[in-house]
Design a protein around this ligand. Structure first.
Ligand code: HSE
Length: 337
């Protein structure tokens, strides 16, 4: 357990949800961009709130914990904390280096400083990074009482606030790192998947697509023939990752259900995909609910060539954008004391 008043530093990675065919179930973390946070716990005095949020970026996100995704995740964490402390044995509640007893929720206040380097609404898991970073940080401060699965459950409250629905395809890779499959939400079951070396190119056209809006336009019914195609692709992608079969990964990066509806929100989407594949990308598609688009490649050289195509296309239509060439982040949220 970290002593009261001592700040810790947190790095929470961006994530690419869906991985094209695995809507709400597949995702991976990337090494760039990431959010920076600082957190500490302090003794709470009577009538003080249990969470204080300080935004140190330009986005002016709400600081009321109930309206902030990090706050919503922390409130869920605090709701189960006392029960967890009761269950823990005395050796668990007292760390070897520090004999301070884990404070109960009546005594604890978390202070969180958030520096969002992942632009909200960009489609690379900005809200998940804040929610996941906050609960991983809180857990670290109190001596890692909760499991990673517990933390995913808490952080999903942030996603519910952001998009109206609890989904864990950004949260799980943000906390676990690597590629994750959310086999089930209730009860939660996260499966970490291996992956061969993959380079990721991301373009973020500077338009905002709200996740809630991008979800509201989806059809609620799926044709059986489309479902069969999608199942084949999801299974093919998972098998391709496990067998390090790049061609199978590439062939499986196809979405016949969500992408045809959502891609109309993203200017130049179809042309961009064709150009990136011609430049050698294995495949890719909308990152999360967009507007960012990601492509996977076998080598850094190809990933850079793909970035060039993305720049050319958006420069051509005069749409401001940012690009990233990065790799899959294997560790998830990092904490530094
Ligand atoms: N699976 C979610 C969606 C991710 O596509 O709506 C949102 O980031």
């Amino acid at each position: 357990m970290v002593a009261a008043n001592q700040w810790i530093k947190i790095k929470a990675p961006a994530t690419v949800a869906n991985m094209v065919c695995g809507f709400d179930i597949l995702g991976f973390a990337v090494n760039n961009p990431y959010d920076e946070m600082e957190m500490r716990w302090v003794e709470r005095t009577a009538n003080e709130p249990s969470i204080t949020i300080i935004n140190i970026d330009e986005y002016q996100l709400p600081t009321d914990p109930e309206k902030n995704v990090a706050g919503a995740a922390l409130l869920a964490f605090l709701e189960e904390l006392d029960e967890k402390i009761k269950e823990s044995t005395i050796t668990k509640v007292i760390s070897s280096s520090n004999t301070e007893k884990i404070p109960t929720t009546t005594k604890i206040k978390f202070e969180v400083k958030i520096n969002k380097l992942i632009k909200p609404g960009s489609g690379v898991g900005s809200s998940a990074a804040s929610s996941a970073g906050a609960v991983v940080g809180a857990n670290y401060l109190l001596g890692n009482l909760f499991s990673k699965d517990d933390l995913v459950r808490f952080a999903m409250n942030g996603e519910k606030l952001a998009s109206g629905v609890k989904h864990a395809d950004n949260i799980a890779p943000c906390i676990f790192g690597g590629v994750t499959l959310v086999r089930s939400i209730f009860p939660l079951e996260v499966v970490s998947l291996p992956s061969p070396q993959l380079y990721v190119t991301i373009v973020h056209p500077q338009i905002e697509v709200r996740t809630a809006d991008a979800r509201s336009i989806l059809r609620q019914k799926v044709l059986l023939k489309d479902a069969i195609k999608q199942w084949g692709n999801i299974a093919g992608l998972v098998a391709g990752l496990m067998k390090s079969d790049y061609d199978l990964i590439g062939r499986s990066l196809e979405d016949v259900i969500i992408e045809p509806v959502r891609s109309i929100l993203i200017p130049g989407f179809d042309e961009l995909k064709i150009a990136c594949k011609q430049a050698g990308a294995l495949g890719g598609g909308i990152s999360g609910s967009g507007p960012s688009i990601f492509m996977l490649s076998k080598s850094k050289e190809i990933a850079i060539a793909v970035e060039k195509e993305m720049n050319q296309l958006y420069d051509g239509i005069g749409l401001p954008h940012h690009t990233y060439v990065t790799t899959i982040n294997q560790g998830g949220v990092e904490v530094e004391n």
